[in-house]
Design a protein. Structure first.
Length: 243
């Protein structure tokens, strides 16, 4: 489908609010008119353009943002999203922007909802519920963006990441790779509930202090703590480190 208007809305919002340093969810909440805590704390719900987008699902806007990043119309840094020169040209003169990962045969949001409902129900069960042996297979048409949404859903429900990996038949490294990808895309999440479960606080603090010293350099941390901590432990702490 052509998501020209959705992308233009996102770019116009970033242009208007360029001093606000918007992260991904705050940006989506603004265009959808969601009065989230971050939105109200910043007073953004009082602006005239608040809710300037249509009411498509978050998943739709996530796809638009992902593709805009891939096509170098957006970039993300520590202080939020920014429009590139290519994105600015599109904002001033919009052209067709066909989403690669949406199905044109369904109503807006219908495909997203059906996918999320089926996978969340089967894969993201509460940790105290009885698990069965059913194999959970991702549909071949599932975009990586949709997989990221499932992971965020799991984190929101504080599902242990190793349990999530087992349920989704993924290696734990694959889950960590997905979390790294989310960080690169500007998505915020909190996995301290899981890190606290698998690592002592003093171990976390040692690694966090080191990351402060080396500005989050993962390779240096691997070299420094080789044989002291497992690579996945170092990666987990890097994910909760905040510069």
């Amino acid at each position: 489908m052509d998501a020209k208007e959705s992308l233009k809305t996102i770019l116009d919002t970033l242009h208007e609010l360029k001093k606000q340093h918007l992260d991904r969810q705050c940006l989506i909440d603004y265009v959808r008119g969601n009065e989230s805590k971050a939105i109200t704390e910043k007073g953004l719900d009082t602006l005239e353009s608040f809710g300037c987008g249509d009411k498509r699902e978050d998943a739709h806007y996530n796809l638009v943002i992902d593709q805009a990043l891939d096509e170098k119309m957006l970039k993300f840094s520590d202080d939020g999203f920014h429009i590139t020169a290519k994105g600015e040209r599109f904002r001033k003169n919009p052209t067709s922007f066909l989403l690669k990962e949406e199905n044109d045969d369904v109503e807006p949001g219908e495909n997203d909802n059906a996918l999320l409902d089926s996978l969340v129900e089967s894969a993201l069960s509460d940790k105290d519920e009885e698990e069965d042996d059913t194999t959970i297979a991702m549909p071949s048409s599932t975009a990586r963006s949709q997989q990221m949404i499932h992971l965020i859903q799991a984190i929101d429900r504080k599902i242990p990441l190793d349990d999530y990996a087992e349920q989704m038949q993924l290696g734990f490294d694959e889950v960590l790779d997905s979390l790294d990808h989310l960080v690169e895309r500007g998505t915020k999440f909190d996995i301290t509930y899981f890190v606290d479960e698998v690592m002592e606080k003093e171990c976390q603090e040692e690694l966090l202090d080191y990351f402060d010293e080396v500005d989050g350099n993962l390779e240096k941390a691997f070299d420094e703590f080789y044989g002291v901590y497992r690579p996945e432990e170092i990666r987990l702490v890097r994910l909760i480190w905040k510069p």
